[in-house]
Write a protein that binds this ligand. Structure first.
Ligand SMILES: [Zn+2]
Ligand SMILES: [Zn+2]
Length: 237
């Protein structure tokens, strides 16, 4: 009996699986259909076992893809010419980034942009310039739409938020606490302890409520004013 030895049996099974991929594929589909619960549980366990590897792989994938983007589109902001690579991101020249991201998801979009370079649609921008570009685009749209009743209401709501944001800046500083950027249009609320995600969750993603709380109970250990560039890199180091 050659297969009394479990190691030999496993080696034989591995050889068989490697030389019969089609049989394996069909068997796997059948197993999945017949035991959906068990299959899901096995996937969960497998993922839990490999989670460190998966995280490392995903991180490296993201780093490589971003580096390829910068190699193709340049390691310098096309608007203000900053060369700090930590500040650089994808700029959509036609302001259609939101739609493209919604359709494909961020990483698939970036993969597509890298694999099909199109310098008429994309360029390298820093986060500050990227945000200013978007603001200009949105402002133009608002000016066109504001005649309708519903948009008047939206505009009022938006003005409210703008006023709250202004009060935040008055309390926490009118310039970026890291680089001293004074253009108030690119200044944002920064969480000094990098707990922005949990703070937003607690406040049910309600930015207005978050701003009101931060202004009514000033906490300089928790919040500070940062520009988009510095805010994006605040948690990275
Ligand atoms: Zn820039
Ligand atoms: Zn800054």
């Amino acid at each position: 009996m050659p297969f009394k030895d479990p190691e030999k049996r496993k080696a034989c099974a591995r050889r068989y699986n490697a030389s019969h991929p089609e049989v394996l594929r069909v068997a796997s589909i059948r197993y999945r259909a017949n035991h959906p619960e068990r299959y899901r549980e096995q996937c969960r366990q497998s993922r839990a076992r490999r989670i460190e590897y998966i995280k490392k792989y995903n991180h490296q994938y993201a780093v490589n893809l971003r580096a390829r983007f910068l190699d193709i589109y340049g390691r310098e902001c096309a608007r203000c010419h900053t060369t700090d690579v930590n500040f650089l991101t994808i700029g959509h020249k036609n302001n259609d980034g939101k739609e493209e991201r919604r359709e494909h998801g961020y990483w698939s979009m970036l993969k597509h942009i890298v694999e099909h370079p199109d310098h008429t649609r994309y360029e390298t921008q820093c986060y500050n310039c990227n945000y200013l570009e978007w603001l200009t685009h949105i402002d133009g749209k608002h000016r066109v739409d504001v005649s309708e009743h519903i948009n008047k209401r939206n505009a009022r709501f938006r003005n409210d938020r703008v006023a709250r944001r202004k009060r935040f800046l008055e309390v926490y500083g009118l310039v970026c606490a890291r680089c001293g950027e004074g253009d108030q249009r690119v200044l944002t609320v920064s969480h000094r302890k990098n707990d922005g995600a949990s703070d937003r969750r607690q406040n049910k993603n309600n930015q207005t409520r978050l701003l009101t709380l931060a202004v009514e109970n000033p906490d300089h250990a928790k919040y500070e004013t940062l520009c988009w560039n510095c805010n994006r890199t605040a948690g990275a180091g």
